[in-house]
Design a protein around this ligand. Structure first.
Ligand code: ADP
Length: 242
């Protein structure tokens, strides 16, 4: 399902973070959202996922208005998200982290028996898919930054989101892991998942995106495929601060 906003606005005191953002991230694509620091990308993610409330404007997912829905309801509707500063439980193992992502009541609460085993299998499956199954019993705090980001993503994927929002997946990640993230996103997209990726690493953005939206000062100033965005004068101007 496509994720779309119409005239989304958000100010923090006198600071206008979103200034009428009208954007459609189409289903099935790897979409990127780029722009200079402070251009409103994180605020956009926060409004779309219900973490902060926009002052005005609408957010729709698959045509349904989700503007005023709570974060858990938006997640349940199929929009998953990772965070720039990576949210994992440092003192929990990889397995428990991934299980906790889909069990608000906590790892030990809730499921028993066959259903519990089925979920553990599914969690193990995602850890394997992301190449961190060897860390299954390791506490998150003992993993590298990149491994923690993969762990966070495993938790998001446990919720089986049709659309995945990634906030700076490449930030602070070593080059080997970066390749893996790129391949993974492409594979997950080929299986039908839609992506919206906020990312500063232009090599990654240009190599994996189908469609790029460029923000400047809280609104889109250009959009299109990488081949067009790479040479767009407005984009170059925004990045050079002119
Ligand atoms: P980006 O993700 O593109 O770097 P942000 O969405 O983080 O941009 O920020 C957009 C603008 O809103 C910036 O000027 C930032 O300082 C401001 N801003 C973001 N969040 C807050 C907040 N909670 N309180 C005050 N100002 C904020």
């Amino acid at each position: 399902m496509s994720l779309a906003t119409v005239d989304l606005r958000k100010a923090f005191g006198g600071v206008v973070a979103l200034d009428g953002a009208t954007v459609t991230f189409r289903e099935g694509r790897i979409n990127a959202l780029i722009g200079p620091n402070g251009s409103g990308k994180t605020t956009y993610f926060n409004c779309v996922t219900g973490m902060i409330r926009a002052d005005s404007g609408t957010v729709t997912y698959g045509g349904t208005d989700i503007t005023r829905k709570a974060p858990h309801a938006i997640a349940r509707a199929g929009v998953g998200r990772t965070f720039q500063l990576c949210r994992v439980f440092p003192r929990m193992t990889a397995l428990d982290n991934v299980l906790a992502a889909v069990r608000p009541g906590g790892v030990s609460g809730g499921l028993r028996g066959a259903r519990h085993r089925a979920e553990v299998d599914r969690a193990r499956g995602w850890l394997t898919r992301l190449g961190i199954e060897h860390l299954i019993d390791i506490e998150a705090r003992n993993m590298s930054w990149g491994q923690q980001k993969l762990l966070e993503l495993a938790g998001v994927l446990m919720g089986e989101p049709a659309t995945v929002l990634l906030d700076e997946p490449a930030g602070g990640v070593n080059p080997a892991l970066l390749d893996r993230i790129g391949t993974l996103v492409r594979d997950l997209n080929a299986e039908g998942r839609t992506f919206v990726i906020v990312e500063h690493n232009m090599d990654l953005v240009m190599s994996i995106s189908d469609h790029i939206v460029v923000f400047d000062r809280g609104r889109p100033i250009a959009e299109g495929p990488p081949s067009l965005i790479r040479t767009d004068e407005r984009v170059l101007g925004a990045y050079l601060g002119s």
